[in-house]
Each structure stands twice: as structure tokens, then as C-alpha cells.
Design a protein around this ligand. Structure first.
Ligand code: C2E
Ligand code: MG
Ligand code: MG
Length: 461
């Protein structure tokens, strides 16, 4: 064998070993199903009208399917698989008409078993761009080739899966670390996260807002969006808010980060309205932390932002938890009153987890209650959580407030909430938080109506 070829083989096996190490460190293989991964495959199926969608990760010998939509597939041999094509290509593989590529159909098991006419597959990568797996959509019809927008949508769903895989890795890493040190960790991603890192992230524009739809549970129309911050770290990939908001709060950096978030959400509202004036009816809600809320001049700051961006106050919502209002309820009540006079919507977040006091509900002029997802998650499991959800919905009705159920993950929860008369909801069943460009695509759906995640055999009324 010529010398150069030997070196190439060596390079390939080094790369493969590094890839396998990256995969093993995530702890994602042979794990239980998870709603977020199912939401990703379902969203891909809905968006691409695909018959089957597979999200899989490949070790030495097999492609292990973390989530499927359509045809049930759990595991596939790796040899000759679509994954190998994605790996060899180092990027997306799109085959719009398999009848023109018989050699592909012959070698791959799902292609023989699912008998699709076309497929498109994109890699799911680690933060250092190692290909861990792939997201593939299969259709029984040949299709015209994918547009750039469609390919980007598929890639951003794969990125979302990658983000969740990274969270797995971080949590796993935390658990190992915590059991070694026998101490609870305040700062889960590790000791690396310090105030200067956060400050640099802000200066270098590493924060982004994702958006999750709040939908009308009867019409499935997108009624509003919740803005949820993410930190896109140059080496560590996408970092979830729970991993850096606590430090931002302790250090006071939540104030400039929060200002950035408010300004960015308003700018995005403006962009969406410019694209389509009908989006003027869309409300975007921003989370406020306790420190932001208790800061003097909040109302003036928001008033100025609305004037500068020219958006209507009806388009902005502010989410707060009950606990951020309780240290000084009198001042809180005044501030909320002033914000309400400004015309912005006020949402009480995570209702049911704090004091959940009736007195507060009377004293604080909230427009909307958001039922914490822990109740929604347990609702189908027993009478008590179901009763709590029923009571919160009833309470809101009596007080003239609207209700949003958070964290709807299953069709059963969806059906139960509709039966209980809950008007609004958000959750992975409909859509996970998405980057602005991807949300723009969902907003373009006719009437802003999302596809039905509950088939007709599960009656909702
Ligand atoms: P939150 O305001 O209660 O946001 C809802 C959280 O639930 C989000 O997590 C969202 O991704 C997650 N979620 C939505 N649907 C489902 C579902 O069906 N199942 C499950 N298991 N989870 C679902 P995320 O984005 O990680 O945010 C966590 C928290 O971080 C937020 O909770 C909020 O308190 C805080 N946060 C996010 N963005 C900001 C921000 O810009 N400023 C401040 N101060 N806090 C923020
Ligand atoms: Mg919230
Ligand atoms: Mg919440």
C-alpha cells in the first residue's frame, strides 16, 4: 500500500475514534424515548409531509434510532446505511427520486423495508462538528428536489436534536461530577462558567432568542410566541437558560442580558410585522427575572422601547413568576399597574409552583395565567393533578384571565385540556422553541394554523 494511502486510513480511523468518543460521552445510546426528540421527528413529518422520519445515532456497527415517526424502526445495521452516505459526504444527502438511483435502494435496509420514493438526510453533530447521527425524512412519492429553505428547516431540526444531545452530555457530566464531589452543583455546565465568560458572551453577541408558539387549542392557530434565550457558545454549542440564568441573576448581568432580550424581541416583532402586516396580531412574550422586575424605571424603559421600535404595546407580553413579585408586593402591584396602563400583556408564569395565592391573583393585575408544566405532565396520571389543573382553569375564568397550559407533550394531555376548556397551550406536541428564521416559516402556514398532532381516533371533545 502506498505510504500516502496508509496515512489516509490512519486519519480516517482517528476521526472515527474521535467521533465514537464524542458519541459515547453524550450517553444518548440505548436511552428511553423522550418527548423532545419525538417532537422533532413529528415536526419534520408535518413540515415535509413525510411518511416516515428517523432520528438515529450510529456507533461502530449499528444505527440506533432515538425517535421515529411513522413506521416503527428501532435499530439498523450501519453497513451500507444512509448514515454512511451522510458521513462520507460530511453533510446533507438529498435523493428526490430513488427510482433513478437503484444502487442506493439495494444496499440500505430501511430503503428496502420502508420502500420510499425519496429521502433527505442531514447530520446531527456534536459542538465540535463530529457527525453523531442523522435526521432522515422518507416519502412514498418522488419529490422535486429540496429548496434551500426546506433544507435549512431540516438542518435546524437536526440542530435542535444536537442541542438536546449536548444537554444529555452536560447532565451526565454533572451527575458524575456531583457524585464524585458529593456536593450539589450550582453551575451545572461545570466550573468553566464564570462571570467574565457571560460578560464576553454579551459583548460578542453570543445570545440568541428562540421562539415557541402558544397556540389556540381549538383552532391550532398560533396566537402568540414565547421568547426563550439561548447562548450559542463558540466551543460548547447551544447552552440552555437554566445553565446560565442563575449565574446571570447572582452577578447582576441579567440586567444587561435582559435589556438585550427585550430589545431583540421588539426588533423581531418589527421584522415579522414588516414581512406580513397580519403578524401585527401576534403577541411575543419575554421572561423577566425578579431583578429586572424590581429595577427602578422598568416601565419607562419598556415605554421607550415601544416608541423606538414603533410596535404596538399589544404585541408585547411580559412573563413573571409569582416569587419575583412577593419580596415587595405593594411596589410590585404598582409596577404591574403601570405596565398594564402601558398596554402590555402580563403573564404569571409557572403558576402552581410558588405560593399560588388567591390574594396575589386579586392584587396583581395579570391578564394570563400559565399553568406550570409539572401539573400538565402529571395530569393524565391521577385525579389530584387533574383536579389542580381544573381548579386553576376555573379560577382564571372567575377572575377574567386567560390560561395557557405549558409543556403539552402528549395527545392525551391535549385532549384533556380541551375538555377542561383551557384556551391556550404550548408544548413539544405542537412545536419546540425554534430560531427566529424557522419560526418565520411556521408563521407562513395558512392562517398561522399548525397541523393537527392528534389524529381523529382520539376525539378531543
Ligand atoms: P419558562 O418561562 O417556564 O419557559 C418554558 C420552558 O419550558 C422552556 O425551557 C421551554 O423550552 C420548555 N418547554 C416548552 N414546552 C415543553 C414541553 O412540552 N416539555 C418540556 N419538558 N419542556 C417544555 P427553556 O427554554 O429551557 O427555559 C427555561 C426557563 O429559563 C424559562 O422557563 C424561563 O424561566 C427562563 N428563561 C428563558 N429565557 C429567558 C430570558 O430571556 N430571560 C429570563 N430572565 N429568563 C429566561
Ligand atoms: Mg416563561
Ligand atoms: Mg413557565
Amino acid at each position: 500500500m502506498p505510504h500516502a494511502e496508509l496515512e489516509t486510513d490512519q486519519g480516517n480511523s482517528d476521526r472515527e475514534n474521535a467521533r465514537l468518543r464524542a458519541l459515547a460521552s453524550t450517553g444518548i445510546l440505548d436511552t428511553e424515548p423522550e418527548p423532545i426528540f419525538d417532537a422533532i421527528t413529528r415536526l419534520a413529518a408535518q413540515y415535509f409531509r413525510a411518511d416516515t422520519v428517523l432520528l438515529g445515532f450510529a456507533d461502530e456497527s449499528r444505527v440506533w434510532i432515538k425517535s421515529y415517526w411513522g413506521e416503527p424502526v428501532r435499530e439498523l445495521p450501519r453497513k451500507g446505511s444512509i448514515f454512511e452516505m451522510v458521513l462520507a459526504q460530511g453533510g446533507p444527502v438529498v435523493v428526490p427520486d430513488l427510482s433513478l438511483r437503484p444502487e442506493i435502494r439495494e444496499r440500505d435496509l430501511p430503503l428496502r423495508r420502508l420502500n420510499p420514493a425519496s429521502f433527505a438526510s442531514v447530520p446531527v453533530c456534536s459542538p465540535d462538528r463530529r457527525i453523531l447521527g442523522m435526521l432522515t425524512v422518507f416519502a412514498r412519492q418522488p419529490r422535486r428536489t429540496m429548496t434551500l429553505d426546506e433544507l435549512r428547516m431540516l438542518e435546524s431540526l437536526a440542530d435542535m436534536a444536537a442541542e438536546q444531545v449536548e444537554l444529555h452530555r452536560l447532565r451526565r457530566h454533572c451527575r458524575c461530577h456531583a457524585s464524585r464531589s458529593q456536593r450539589p452543583r450550582k453551575n451545572p455546565p461545570g466550573g468553566w462558567l464564570r462571570e467574565p465568560e457571560l460578560r464576553r458572551a454579551l459583548d460578542q453577541g453570543q445570545f440568541v432568542l428562540y421562539y415557541q408558539p402558544e397556540i389556540d387549542l381549538v383552532t391550532r392557530r398560533i396566537a402568540g410566541l414565547e421568547a426563550l434565550i439561548r447562548w450559542v457558545h463558540p466551543e460548547r454549542g447551544v447552552i440552555a437558560p437554566m445553565d446560565f440564568i442563575p449565574l446571570a441573576e447572582q452577578s447582576g448581568l441579567i440586567l444587561p442580558i435582559g435589556d438585550w432580550g427585550l430589545a431583540e424581541a421588539c426588533a423581531q416583532i418589527q421584522r415579522w410585522r414588516a414581512e406580513d402586516p397580519r403578524h401585527g396580531s401576534l403577541r411575543v412574550c419575554v421572561n423577566l427575572s425578579a431583578l429586572q422586575f424590581s429595577r427602578e424605571g422598568l416601565t419607562d424603559h419598556i415605554g421607550a422601547l415601544l416608541r423606538q421600535t414603533g410596535i404596538s404595546s399589544r404585541q408585547l407580553g411580559l412573563e413573571m413568576t409569582e416569587s419575583s413579585l412577593t419580596p415587595d408586593p405593594d411596589t410590585a402591584s404598582e409596577v404591574l399597574g403601570a405596565l398594564r396602563r402601558l398596554g402590555v400583556s402580563l403573564l404569571m408564569d409557572d403558576f402552581g409552583t410558588g405560593y399560588s395565592s388567591l390574594h396575589h391573583l386579586h392584587a396583581f393585575p395579570f391578564d394570563i395565567l400559565k399553568i406550570d408544566r409539572s401539573f400538565v405532565g402529571r395530569m393524565a396520571q391521577g385525579d389530584q393533578p387533574l383536579q389542580i389543573v381544573r381548579t386553576i382553569i376555573e379560577l382564571a375564568r372567575v377572575l377574567g384571565m386567560d390560561v395557557v397550559a405549558e409543556g403539552i407533550e402528549t395527545r392525551e394531555q391535549y385532549a384533556l385540556l380541551r375538555k377542561l376548556g383551557c384556551r391556550l397551550g404550548q408544548g413539544f406536541l405542537f412545536a419546540p422553541p425554534l430560531p427566529a428564521e424557522r419560526m418565520t416559516e411556521l408563521l407562513r402556514l395558512p392562517g398561522r394554523v399548525l397541523p393537527d398532532p392528534a389524529p381523529s381516533e382520539l376525539p378531543c371533545d
